[in-house]
Design a binder for this molecule. Structure first.
Ligand code: SF4
Length: 222
């Protein structure tokens, strides 16, 4: 499989930038990238963007967020959804960054993973977008597209991350999430992918088995 060739084709086709990519290009500080990644859970980029900018317009350091009233944080990040849980999380993370890391976001996977509520996807996003350290953040787009392309045959994002790490050359890791997120938003959409205009259609077996299995499971439960 020529992973590089496929990623180059995708890169040449895509327009615009996804939110984390925008922050990285503007060289925003790692703390903002960490908080924005936490806010991005289960919502669209446009909502994350609004929530991040509102929050950072008022509180732009770990110290300020740690001291802020939780109700105020909730109001500022409301557009990101699940705002009560997310407000508690960003406040808690800010406190730990002050108490344990002297106000600086740690630059390695293990320490990032030790932050409250930070999982593998968030830790890897911070490594890639804040520090340019090769890692593979597996969000819903990366998980879905890697399975459709037949690059992995997995059911959980963590399995996808491991399988991709074993297969994809390390020099491509930094761009994989950036490209698949936009590709997933513009072409290989979760529902009704635009296969008829897809630039990598001849490299794709269109393996939807992972998604069909999830749908079946949900149906069974109901
Ligand atoms: S052919 Fe369809 S399923 Fe395959 S990558 Fe393109 S849009 Fe996605």
């Amino acid at each position: 499989m020529n992973y590089r060739e496929i990623l180059v084709k995708i890169e040449q086709y895509l327009e615009g930038k996804a939110h984390l990519d925008e922050l990285a290009k503007k060289k925003q500080d790692p703390f903002k990238i960490l908080i924005s990644t936490i806010l991005s859970a289960r919502t669209k980029d446009s909502n994350t963007r609004i929530a991040t900018e509102k929050l950072f317009a008022k509180y732009n350091t770990p110290k300020k967020i740690a001291k802020a009233y939780i109700e105020d944080i909730e109001q500022l990040i409301k557009s990101s959804g699940f705002y009560r849980v997310k407000a508690a999380r960003v406040k808690e993370v800010s406190k730990v960054i002050i108490d344990k890391y002297n106000g600086t976001v740690p630059e390695n996977y293990e320490e990032l993973m030790s932050l409250p509520g930070v999982g593998s996807k968030t830790a890897n996003c911070v490594l890639v977008y804040a520090f340019k350290i090769p890692a593979i953040p597996v969000d819903t787009h990366v998980h879905r597209i890697s399975n459709r392309l037949g690059w992995v045959k997995t059911t959980k994002p963590l399995e996808t991350e491991k399988a991709l790490r074993d297969k994809i050359p390390k020099e491509l890791w930094l761009k994989l999430n950036r490209l698949f997120v936009r590709f997933g938003q513009q072409i290989c959409n979760p529902i009704r992918p635009k296969c008829e205009i897809c630039i990598i259609e001849n490299h794709c077996p269109r393996d939807f088995s992972m998604e069909l299995a999830i749908k079946k499971k949900v149906k069974k439960k109901n």
